[in-house]
Design a protein. Structure first.
Length: 395
C-alpha cells in the first residue's frame, strides 16, 4: 500500500470532520476531536477552513462541564445547493435542494413519450431552469435515470423507455454546465436517498424496490451503494416471472415489468374502463386513453373494487422478486418506493405474503418491508445525496 500524501490526509480529515458536524447537528471542537480521534490542533485548523468556506458556522454555546462553555458548530444548510433530477417517470422532475435535503425550488418537464435526442433536449431544458433558480453556489448535479448505467463513466448504456444507448450523459452535462455531475440508475439513487434522508438512516444494509414505469432495486451494503461489477445490480424488472407472458420492451417475454409496473397497472385499468361504462375510472378520466397512475389511484381510493385484483396481482409478482432478494442477500430492511407505492397496504400485503411463501421462514420472519416516507421525491433526494457523498463525503 502506498503511503497517503499530505494532501490526501488533509482531504480525509476535512471530510471526516465535516461529516461529523453534519451528523451531530451541533457539536463542539473538543467533541469532534473525541469522536474522530484527531488532535485538537488538526480539528481547529480544519474547522477554520470550513468556516472560511462558509460551510460551517459557530452557532452558540454548549453546556459547561465546569469550565468555559464550549462553542458549538453546525453546517450552514444553505451554504451550497444541489441539483437533483429524476428522469424515470412520464415527466422529468428536478429540484434545487440544500445540504439538509430541503427543497428550495422545484420544476417538471412533461415527456409525452418523447425519447432519443428529443428527450435529451428536455433534460437540458429542465436543468437550465434549475441552475438558473439556484440562489447559493451549486455543488453539483445529480441524476437518477432509468436503465442500465455505467456509473463509473457516467454513461447510460441502455434505457429502453427513453431509447438511449451508450449516451455519455455525464460528459455532456459537465461540458454544458461546468459543474460536477453524478449519475446512477434511479433505483440505486433512490436507495441512497432513503439511506441519507429517509427513515432508514440507521440501517447499514438496505434494499429499495422502486416500482414505477420500470422496476428495479437499489442496494446499500455496509453504508455504501452497491453497483455490481457492471453497474447493473438490482435490475430485477427484466427477470422473467410469467412463463410465455407478454413481450417486454427489452425484447424478452414475461418480465416483472410487464405485470407489476405502473405501466402494467394502467394498461389493465384502461381495459376495465373500455369494457365497463360504469367503472369509477370514468369519473376521473374523460377517456380510457387518458387514464394514468394518478387516475387509477383516485378510482382505487374511491372504492372501485375492480381495481383491487390488479394491485394484488402486481404485489404478488413483486413478492416473488422480493423473496429472491431476501434469499440471496438476507437484507432485513426492504423499502418499496415509486409511483405504485402510493397504493400502500393494498400493494404491500401481497408482497409480504408472497415473500413469506417464497423464502425460508427464518429469513422472512426477520425481514421488514415498508413503504418509503419520501414519496415521489425519493430519486431527486437520492440524486442530491450522490453529490453530497462524492463532493463532501457526507453519507
Amino acid at each position: 500500500m502506498k503511503k497517503a500524501t499530505r494532501q490526501q490526509i488533509k482531504i480525509h480529515n476535512s471530510r471526516l470532520i465535516l461529516k461529523t458536524i453534519y451528523g451531530q447537528g451541533q457539536i463542539s471542537r473538543a467533541d469532534i476531536a473525541r469522536l474522530t480521534r484527531l488532535t485538537r490542533t488538526t480539528v481547529s485548523d480544519v474547522v477554520a477552513e470550513l468556516i472560511k468556506d462558509d460551510l460551517v458556522a459557530e452557532v452558540g454555546k454548549g453546556p459547561s462541564a465546569g469550565g468555559k462553555p464550549p462553542t458549538l458548530l453546525s453546517v450552514v444548510d444553505d451554504s451550497r445547493h444541489l441539483v437533483g433530477v429524476d428522469l424515470a417517470n412520464s415527466e422529468f422532475r428536478g429540484s434545487v435542494i440544500n445540504l439538509r435535503g430541503k427543497t428550495k425550488h422545484r420544476f417538471r418537464m412533461p415527456v409525452n413519450d418523447q425519447n432519443g435526442n428529443v428527450a435529451l433536449k428536455l433534460v437540458y431544458q429542465l436543468v437550465d431552469q434549475l441552475v438558473e433558480a439556484a440562489d447559493s453556489p451549486l455543488l453539483g448535479i445529480g441524476i437518477g435515470t432509468p436503465g442500465l448505467m455505467d456509473a463509473r463513466r457516467g454513461m447510460v448504456r441502455s434505457a429502453v423507455n427513453l431509447d438511449w444507448r451508450d449516451l455519455p450523459m455525464r460528459d455532456l452535462l459537465e461540458e454544458r454546465y461546468s459543474l460536477p455531475v453524478y449519475i446512477a440508475n434511479d433505483s440505486q439513487v433512490a436507495a441512497l436517498g432513503e439511506y441519507t434522508f429517509g427513515d432508514s438512516r440507521n440501517s447499514s444494509n438496505l434494499i429499495v424496490v422502486k416500482v414505477g414505469r420500470g422496476i428495479s432495486a437499489g442496494i446499500v451494503l455496509n453504508g455504501q451503494l452497491y453497483y455490481g461489477d457492471g453497474s447493473g445490480a438490482g435490475e430485477i424488472g427484466h427477470v422473467a416471472v410469467v412463463e410465455e407472458g407478454r413481450r417486454c420492451l427489452c425484447g424478452h417475454f414475461g418480465c416483472l415489468e410487464t405485470v407489476a409496473s405502473s405501466r402494467a397497472i394502467v394498461r389493465r385499468a384502461r381495459a376495465i374502463a373500455q369494457n365497463d361504462p360504469h367503472s369509477d375510472l370514468h369519473r376521473f378520466a374523460a377517456t380510457p386513453e387518458t387514464i394514468n397512475t394518478d387516475v387509477v389511484l383516485q378510482a382505487f381510493e374511491a372504492g372501485d373494487e375492480a381495481l383491487q385484483p390488479i394491485i394484488t396481482e402486481a404485489g404478488h409478482y413483486l413478492g416473488i422478486a422480493v423473496a429472491n432478494l431476501v434469499s440471496a442477500l438476507n437484507i432485513q430492511h426492504i423499502v418499496i418506493a415509486g409511483s405504485a407505492a402510493r397504493f400502500g397496504d393494498a400493494l404491500l400485503e401481497p408482497i409480504r405474503q408472497k415473500m413469506r411463501q417464497g423464502s425460508l421462514a427464518a429469513l422472512a420472519d426477520e425481514t421488514d418491508i415498508e413503504i418509503s416516507g419520501l414519496g415521489l421525491d425519493i430519486v431527486i433526494l437520492g440524486a442530491a445525496a450522490l453529490i453530497l457523498a462524492n463532493e463532501l463525503g457526507i453519507v
